[in-house]
Design a binder for this molecule. Sequence first.
Ligand code: F0G
Length: 354
Amino acid sequence: MRYTGLIDNYKDRLPVDDSTKLISLGEGNTPLIRLENIPALLGKNMDIYIKYEGLNPTGSFKDRGMTMAVTKAVEAGSKAIICASTGNTSASAAAYAARAGIKAFVLIPEGKIALGKLAQAMIHGAVIIQIKGNFDDGMRLVKEVADHAPVSIVNSINPYRLQGQKTAAFEIIEELGDAPDYHCLPVGNAGNISAHWMGYTEYFDDKIAAKKPKMVGYQAAGAAPFVKGEMIDNPETIATAIRIGHPQSWDLAHKVEAESNGWFDALTDDEILAAQKLLTEQEGIFCEPASAASLAGAMRDINSGKIPEGSTIVCTLTGHGLKDPDTAITQCKNEMININPVMNEVRDAILNNM
Ligand code: F0G
């Protein structure tokens, strides 16, 4: 059977009916990859799974929410969508708007979005509005302007976004046969951690899962309002996707923390980049820096015993590594070998580097 996207797959659990025209690019159904080498390095007997959301059509988990948000915007007769974004939402909005034949306006913080994401928003034909400010400024402006212009907001304050994103939890339960013990995610606006909890709770209430996971949200140390316990005004981190100081889903995420007995914690940029590199080198999986916060945090909490041995853990990798080529190249110390086009020099390059 041809896979036709997550709305079609879960239409009984999403706010659509038979007459709804679905705007889909075949999103969802992403791989759940069991780590083989990192648990051994940690010296722990652990089932750690990676939910590789970077393999969605535009390279991030945003597509799960965007297919729902754009489907509903079109159903309501909207001709234009708008979002503020650290990059991935704008890429996804641009692609789904193109698919739907409507306009996308995206507000991005000047100079602070990764190159791949900018390329996506541009090539799909979004109207790109760069602001001399950060994501939080963009979010405030989007909310204000929506009252003055005919545009539908597709940030995660749009409830359809979370509905679409909850399906990641469904897929995990279906593959593992139950919920994991811990689910670790990078947190920015906190929409995704809230959406996952909705999905886990829904399957638990319907007795499809026998348990619910502890939800663990990891932030970048320079952009960690949940760890600090208050909003922050000048967030900074190399993980630009989660460079957010005023999360929109503040209350929802605190509810998730309390209901799931989970926690929030913060990682330095160095810890985040080290986890990104470890994952690429040890497991062959390339994610963007923000995504690696989930694994970086999980590894720290496994090492300290906060996440006990024998646990089943899922770490969401929210975006593909190709989103941010600059950061990847900058942190690679292995220099290239330059040679003349002759066999001897190739052979020497091999033998000297075995
Ligand atoms: N990881 C990546 C790669 C992201 O792009 C984002 C958010 C998050 C994690 C955090 O998810 O906000 O639901 O807690 N990116 C948004 C954007 C803000 O504009 O692309 P969250």
